[in-house]
Design a protein around this ligand. Structure first.
Ligand code: ATP
Ligand code: MG
Length: 418
């Protein structure tokens, strides 16, 4: 039994297209996260980030969570889950209220945020994040804290991240069928951004590319929040499938060849090396095919070029064109492909680095790579308790814990002024 005064347990769950991963952690006396257990299972019922087979996904969720629970010696009741498929959207809602020239008081801000409740609504979508950004006082924009200032009109820009309702409900239902509560559902780029971008980067402006197995999410972060995103239905698994199809080899071998011998950059040495892989349908121990490295590098390169071109156009679309100093951070399992950051840097013409999740006490090495950015980010969001996640739970979900500040006010307002 855990003592009743022990810090609460946090459960994080990332349901990806290739893996389902879980993490159990708690906070120490200084409020820092301490990981108690992790678990992982192959994902079998998720396509391009969408749950397409609830039963298979539920089993993977249950097993991954049980593994993390066993390692931690604890049992969790609910999880913070990620959502990273297409159908995520971000936008800005602006609201304004009349103040009548007096000094702005906290209650005016409450009223403003309450009136933002309708403004952030998106038909057919669930609002996952609604972060008040900057305030306007009369016609003066960019006010960080309006309380105490005189104004006739008070306004606020609210950054909204929303997702299509049906796929989100499927995630919610799958988790509940695994006998877990859903504490919150977080947009994957929000979680990954928190895990592998520095506070300064998130403040000054940075692009994050989460190269997953079947989905690549491109998001812009500025002013400490996510300000734009695009989802590309392509990922690192497409490279595996290309290799398997091009050479008629088993998927498992194609994956191994990609991870151990693959690279995003070609080299003259490729002409002198061969890699071995078993043909499709062959038994273990059968005679392998010998593929010249240059040939499979061509296959990898074609897909990498396509994904990079899509990323480039998403960045343009999002207005990430200037200043060139702003960098790009690459995360997700696909960021492990050798030289991918160098290749993208050449094409995008700006600094690209691989983003690994922030080191947490007790986080095993096996869960410290870029593929675990979202998982770690979920734990960080849960641990830091900032209000931008209080509006995440689906209408049927349990509300998140208490939080203060403007964001907490917005959430309180969105929940009907409680
Ligand atoms: N060393 C490596 N080289 C190339 N690819 C790699 C390497 N390591 C992992 N990957 C790829 O990363 C992908 C898994 O990434 P990740 O775990 O981020 O995906 P996911 O979260 O399951 O899926 P998604 O987010 O797309 O729904 C796999 O396709 C895997 O082949
Ligand atoms: Mg993922």
């Amino acid at each position: 039994m855990r003592p009743t005064d022990a810090p609460p347990l946090i459960g994080a769950l990332d349901i990806g297209s290739s893996k389902v991963s879980a993490l159990v952690c708690t906070t120490d006396e200084e409020g820092r996260l301490r990981v108690l257990g992790t678990g992982q299972r192959q994902s079998r019922g998720v396509k391009r980030g969408f749950v397409t087979d609830m039963e298979a996904t539920e089993v993977a969720v249950r097993e991954a969570v049980e593994q993390a629970e066993r390692m931690s010696g604890q049992t969790i009741e609910d999880v913070w889950a990620s959502f990273g498929a297409g159908g995520l959207s971000s936008g800005l809602a602006t609201v304004e209220v009349e103040i009548g020239g007096h000094q702005v008081e906290p209650s005016d801000v409450d009223e403003l945020l309450r009136s933002g409740r309708d403004a952030v609504d998106r038909p057919g979508q669930v609002v996952l994040h609604a972060n008040p950004a900057l305030y306007t006082i009369d016609d003066v924009q960019g006010v960080r804290s309006p309380v105490g200032m005189h104004a006739s009109r008070l306004g606020v820009d609210i950054h909204v991240v929303a997702a299509d309702e049906a796929p989100l409900r499927n995630v919610d239902l799958t988790i509940r069928q695994a006998h877990l509560g859903v504490r919150a559902i977080v947009a994957s780029p929000v979680a990954a951004g928190l895990a592998c971008l520095s506070t300064e980067e998130r403040d000054l402006g940075v692009a994050l590319i989460e190269l997953g197995a079947e989905v690549t999410n491109v998001s812009l972060h500025a002013g400490g929040m996510l300000v734009g995103l695009r989802s590309i239905p392509l990922g690192a698994k497409d490279i595996t499938d290309d290799i398997a199809a091009a050479f008629g080899v088993r998927r498992r071998d194609a994956e191994r060849v990609k991870c151990y011998h693959g690279s995003a950059m070609t080299s003259p040495r490729d002409n002198h090396e061969v890699v071995e892989a078993l043909p499709m349908g062959a038994e273990d121990g059968a005679e392998p095919l010998r593929i010249p490295r240059a040939q499979f590098m061509t296959v990898i390169r074609q897909r990498v070029e396509q994904v990079t071109a899509e990323v480039e156009s998403a960045l343009k679309d999002l207005g990430f064109v200037k200043p060139v100093g702003h960098q790009v951070v690459l995360t997700g399992g696909g960021a492990e492909l050798k030289n991918i950051a160098d290749y993208m840097q050449g094409v995008l013409g700006r600094a690209v680095r691989v983003g690994r999740p922030r080191q947490l006490t007790g986080l095993p090495d096996a869960h410290s790579g870029p593929a675990f950015a979202s998982l770690v980010g979920l734990a960080l969001l849960a641990g830091q308790g900032t209000g931008d996640i209080r509006d995440l739970a689906l209408p049927t979900g349990r509300p998140a814990g208490p939080s203060g500040g403007w964001i907490g006010r917005l959430v309180a307002a969105m929940r009907g002024g409680r």
